[in-house]
Design a protein around this ligand. Structure first.
Ligand SMILES: [Zn+2]
Length: 342
């Protein structure tokens, strides 16, 4: 059905060849609002230097921090990313998180960065009310339409399904959405990116659902792996199912996780896990990114910016002994394989 897209990647400005991607950040946000709809009118204090330190300790302490809505900020940040050698950004803001596909197309146009947009639904608190009434096939149709025709009638097409948001325990509406996403994955040949609940059983549960729906785990990306598993054994076991493990919180080095009792690793620990996965034979099952989704991540707000991984993490990988071949797999080869339509 997606004949013209086979082997190619669908960006917000049309299809490109895998060789045109360059360096890829596999899981980011340029436009997002992390507040559920009912709370969106809330305004916090302006983000000023005096408040930056406390926001870095607790990113949830000011609602102003929880949205990215400025097109000028996005153009500025993508300009820096491009100048530092960046090629492509996968933007995983989906319905309910205030996605802005037309702005993505303009930012891509103005900066030359390839942007791949997502279709999907985030966790149930963010579902539009009609989702509770729709069955799996109707939800799947919606995802397929956003890939073949455009996101919410804009004509800007999605190139990946996700991030699909799951809680723990999985809400029944979320499970229906996941089943629909697997159907859309099978029908379109796109890959499927899953934000698992914050529980060690969550990723395997999602893989079970994929298998029940006769989906292909090799087309699945499990996001935020480093806040879900804290040991190498479950990581290796998940890689053995065929699914990609995404270490997508690079640069987020705070130890206090405001919304759950999670011991966040730092970047060095993330790289140690990645190297162990490579030793276990799973180089092809690893993706990396920064999941920028709050203002304090932006260079304009004193944050790390989208160039951080290229500039600071890659040298650390080399210093720890990773080869150029391995780094290329994480940042170019694996994303190209996962983004190319089957
Ligand atoms: Zn995300």
């Amino acid at each position: 059905m997606m004949e013209g897209l086979k082997g190619r990647i669908q960006t917000v400005r049309g299809a490109i060849e895998p060789g045109e991607l360059g360096f890829v950040l596999s899981h980011e946000h340029l436009f997002i609002n992390l507040l559920p709809e009912a709370f969106r009118s809330a305004r916090g204090e302006p983000i000023i230097m005096e408040k930056l330190g406390s926001l870095r300790r607790n990113w949830a302490s000011n609602v102003e921090n929880l949205s990215l809505e400025s097109e000028e900020d996005a153009v500025y940040e993508m300009g820096v990313f491009k100048r530092m050698g960046g090629g492509t950004l996968v933007e995983q803001t989906v319905c309910g998180l205030l996605q802005n596909p037309q702005a993505l197309a303009r930012v891509s146009e103005r900066t030359g960065v390839n942007i791949v947009a997502g279709t999907g639904l985030y966790s149930h608190q963010y579902h539009p009310p009609e989702i509770a009434e729709l069955d799996e096939s109707r939800i799947a149709e919606r995802f397929v339409r956003e890939i073949t025709e455009g996101i919410e009638g804009t004509g800007v097409r999605a190139g990946i399904i996700g991030e699909i948001g799951l809680s723990w325990p999985v809400h029944p509406d979320e499970e229906r959405v996941l089943r629909a996403a697997v159907r859309a994955q099978r029908e379109t040949g796109a890959s499927l990116s899953i934000h698992p609940g914050k529980h060690h059983e969550a990723p395997r549960h999602a893989v079970e659902v994929i298998l029940q729906e006769k989906g292909d785990p090799e087309r699945c990306i499990m996001c935020h792996i480093e806040r879900t598993y804290f040991d190498i054994e479950p990581m290796v076991a998940l890689a053995e199912t065929g699914c990609c493990l995404e270490f997508d919180l690079f640069g987020q080095e705070y130890s206090y996780f405001p919304t759950a009792p999670i011991d966040m690793p730092n970047d060095a620990v993330r790289i140690n896990f990645i190297m162990k996965l490579i030793d276990a034979g799973h180089l092809e099952r690893i993706l990396v990114s920064q999941d920028i989704c709050r203002k304090i991540h932006l260079t304009r707000f004193g944050g790390e910016g989208y160039y951080y991984l290229m500039e600071y993490v890659l040298p650390m990988m080399r210093r720890k002994g990773m080869s150029d071949h391995e780094i290329d797999a994480l940042t170019r080869g694996n994303p190209a394989r996962m983004l190319a339509f089957l």
